[in-house]
Every structure is written in structure tokens, then in C-alpha cells.
Design a protein around this ligand. Structure first.
Ligand code: TYD
Length: 138
């Protein structure tokens, strides 16, 4: 599985740092929605879903957390702790997030509005859908 990281340019000077997120400049889709998770309690695991259409870029703007990405064939664990690094998550990718630091602010950019019908929340359904998509692409 290929993991795609986006290196985000930091504009820094003696005042501090600034990162800008802009369609076509450093984000490979039109941003339709932004949400962020914070105050995540100790031991909590989130996510446990994939999407049929949605693409996302995830950035730990503060603190750190761990992602498990699973394309149905391989599972990869990724540690996010850098506000200048975006993790691109394409559709049909199962994700779980855990090990949130107390101060973690996890920001997500998405190319679509919130749509519950785009979610795949059952892991066995996910595996079945992946097989169907693979067959269609053969
Ligand atoms: P949930 O899907 O459980 O988050 P995660 O899977 O990342 O742990 O979302 C928590 C709640 O927030 C749920 O009631 C749906 C709502 N929500 C929105 O209203 N808009 C959004 O863009 C997102 C991501 C969630």
C-alpha cells in the first residue's frame, strides 16, 4: 500500500509559523468541509469506517495520534505529529485512530459535504466492497 504524505510549506519568521492550505497549491482537491477532533479522551479509538467516495487530508495541527490504514489487503500504522505534514486518505480505505495525545487537535479536510450514506461502517462489508471494486477494475 502506498501512503501519500503532503509536505506543507511552513512560512516561519521570528513571530512564529504559518501554514496555508489551498486547493491545487498543496491540497489535491477542492475543500468542501473541514472538521477537527480535540479533547479526545485517554484510550479512545475513533474512526472504524471507510468511505465510498470521500477523499480527505488529515493533519495533526497540534499534538499527535496514530492512524491505522487498511486497504483490505495490508494494514499500516502511521504516527502523525507534524503540523507541516498532511496524510492523504483516498476512498475505500479503512481507518482507525488511537493514541491521541492530551493536546491533540486533528484537523480533517474533505472534498465532500457530510453524507452518512457514503460511510462503510462494517468491516466485513468493507472487505466485500473492496473485492467487488477490484473485480470491476480487472
Ligand atoms: P463520527 O463519524 O463518529 O466520528 P469518527 O468516525 O471520526 O470517530 O462522528 C461523530 C459525530 O459527528 C456523529 O454524530 C456525526 C457527526 N459529524 C458531523 O455532523 N459532520 C461531520 O463532518 C463529521 C465528520 C461528523
Amino acid at each position: 500500500m502506498q501512503i501519500k504524505f503532503l509536505q506543507l510549506q511552513t512560512h516561519g519568521d521570528e513571530r512564529g509559523s504559518l501554514i496555508s492550505l489551498e486547493h491545487e497549491k498543496n491540497i489535491p482537491f477542492e475543500i468542501k468541509r473541514v472538521y477537527y477532533m480535540f479533547n479526545t479522551k485517554e484510550g479512545v479509538r475513533r474512526g472504524f469506517h471507510a468511505h465510498q467516495q470521500l477523499k480527505q487530508v488529515v493533519i495533526a495541527v497540534r499534538g499527535s495520534c496514530r492512524f491505522l490504514l487498511d486497504d483490505g489487503k495490508e494494514k499500516i500504522s502511521i504516527f502523525l505529529d507534524n503540523p507541516a505534514q498532511g496524510l492523504l486518505i483516498e476512498s475505500f480505505m479503512w481507518r482507525e485512530m488511537h493514541d491521541f495525545s492530551d493536546d491533540c487537535v486533528l484537523m480533517v479536510l474533505a472534498d465532500r459535504l457530510y453524507d452518512e450514506s457514503d460511510y462503510i461502517r462494517d468491516y466485513n462489508d468493507f472487505l466485500k466492497l473492496i473485492k467487488m471494486v477490484d473485480k470491476q477494475n480487472d
